[in-house]
Write a protein that binds this ligand. Structure first.
Ligand code: NDP
Length: 445
């Protein structure tokens, strides 16, 4: 893979800017939609190849990679349809005036992509920007750049004009930092760690350009005794182990009403003991972690939990045929963590969940909100009024009632509060973020 640096980012920004002054900039909204629709069809047609590529590159079980490929196709389908439905408004004003707003693209948008869901995050971050008429420069993660490059080839095949989409592989410190701070970039979207997000925001801030930050979380699922526990159980566990827990919206804290704590912990433990970890193409429940570094990071948390006397309630098993030297790690369910323990506070980004009891609705909300993050929350209850109260009380960008994730819908605005970031991706909300509003006030007497 080429190690792109500042000079390559420079060339990509110039190419993007040139595209905005050429064929891409002149394309109508409907034409932009049409080319995205063609890209969507190609992604759909090549979904199996893309899924294999992603599974091998990221290490995720094939069925998850297949879902990611279809999600990318769905982003293209949604934003293809949305491109020519984005418009300003006419505003009532003083006599003799006609006032209206125009939604204009920012210009060149920068996109820094992490390694956990490359296809999905390209769909989420880049496709909306193109639909709104921007030209994009993308920096995928070194750990997983292959599907980003495949996406570039598909764009060319679909007839996206040259320069509208540019992909520069390379390290975060070189290519990523150069993109975040480039004076020719007019909007930056970043998904990754809070620490790097802050660097990106500072770099973009020097050029006074807007930034969307999606920084992960410590998302809770709150389970009341009156919930449909049979329905809840698979969601509770899957939300913690999907993609080996390397998911920004992973639910790594399970808050359980005291009355059902023991029995639910038993059921959760049974599910954990049945989890199988293995190679991506063996398509088990959990794949390897992305890298040796990520594995030791997660292991250090597990070690810390044991050392601090937390109870390891259950662990999954690594399959006997898992290739030696892979970054496999047994999913681990912890009980007995105080809500302010490190394992209940830090984003671990591995297949580790902590179960925490609560006694009342107030206490559940207090624990749920007592981290620096606020991305997603789940509420499980059979009491509709309580569900409504909690959806308002929890600090999160998305709240799910009696489900978690809702299938990941591309229509549903997504983003965090606090250290989980700011700005919204997905749905029409993302298109508003990828445009700037111009107000026109015309006096005609
Ligand atoms: P990073 O935040 O370092 O990586 C995310 C992206 O930012 C990658 O493309 C990376 O490039 C790039 N990057 C790194 N440094 C810079 C920089 N100085 N300027 C601009 N871009 C940069 O995450 P890590 O891979 O180090 O993962 C560490 C932790 O971050 C995880 O354990 C998890 O907690 C969190 N994370 C959260 C994600 C989410 O979905 N919200 C996704 C990934 C990580 P490259 O990797 O090529 O160097």
């Amino acid at each position: 893979m080429a190690a792109g640096g500042a000079a390559d980012i420079d060339a990509a920004v110039i190419a993007a800017d040139t595209a905005l002054h050429g064929e891409w900039g002149k394309a109508t909204a409907a034409e932009r939609g049409r080319v995205l629709a063609r890209m969507g069809k190609l992604v759909e047609a090549q979904a199996e190849d893309l899924a294999l590529l992603e599974a091998r590159d990221v290490g995720k079980p094939l069925k998850q990679a297949r879902a990611d490929a279809l999600a990318l196709a769905r982003y293209l389908e949604f934003y293809a349809g949305a491109a020519d439905k984005l418009h300003g408004e006419t505003l009532p004003y003083l006599a003799g005036y006609t006032v209206y707003t125009l939604r204009e693209p920012h210009g060149v948008t920068g996109h820094i992509i992490p390694w956990n869901y490359p296809m999905q995050i390209i769909g989420r971050s880049v496709v909306g920007a193109l639909a709104a008429g921007n030209a994009a420069v993308v920096k995928p993660a070194e750990e997983a750049s292959l599907t980003a490059l495949a996406f570039g080839r598909i764009a060319a095949e679909a007839g996206l004009p040259d320069g509208a989409l540019n992909i520069v592989t390379g390290s975060g410190e070189d290519a990523g930092a150069a993109l975040a701070g480039h004076p020719g970039v007019h909007h930056v979207s970043f998904t990754g760690s809070t620490a790097v997000g802050a660097l990106v925001q500072a770099a973009a801030g020097r050029n006074a350009v807007p930034v969307t930050l999606e920084l992960g979380g410590k998302s809770p699922q709150i389970v009341f005794a009156d919930a449909d526990l049979e329905r809840a159980l698979p969601f509770l566990v899957n939300a913690g182990i999907q993609n080996a827990g390397q998911t920004c919206s992973a639910s790594s804290r399970l808050l359980v009403e005291q009355r059902i704590y023991d029995s639910l912990l038993d059921n959760l433990s049974a599910r954990y003991r049945a989890l199988k970890v293995g190679a991506a193409l063996d398509d088990l429940d959990v794949g390897p972690l992305i890298s040796a570094a990520q594995k030791s990071r997660v292991e250090a948390y597990i070690e810390r939990g044991r050392k601090d006397g937390l109870q390891v309630a259950a662990q999954g098993a690594i399959a006997s045929n898992a290739p030696g030297g892979g970054h496999f790690l047994s999913p681990t369910l912890f009980a007995g963590a105080a809500p302010d323990h490190l394992l209940a506070q830090d984003e671990i980004f591995g297949p580790v969940q902590v179960v925490i009891p609560f006694r009342s609705e107030e206490e559940a909300v207090q624990i749920a909100n007592a981290t620096q993050y606020g991305l997603v929350a789940g509420v499980w209850t059979g009491d509709g009024a309580r569900a409504m109260r909690l959806t308002r009380a929890v600090r999160a960008g998305q709240v799910f009632v009696n489900n978690y994730g809702a299938g990941g819908g591309v229509e549903l605005p997504f983003g965090g509060v606090g250290r989980s970031g700011h700005g919204r991706e997905k749905g029409f909300e993302a298109l508003y973020g990828f445009t700037r509003l111009k107000t026109v006030a015309a006096y005609h007497g």
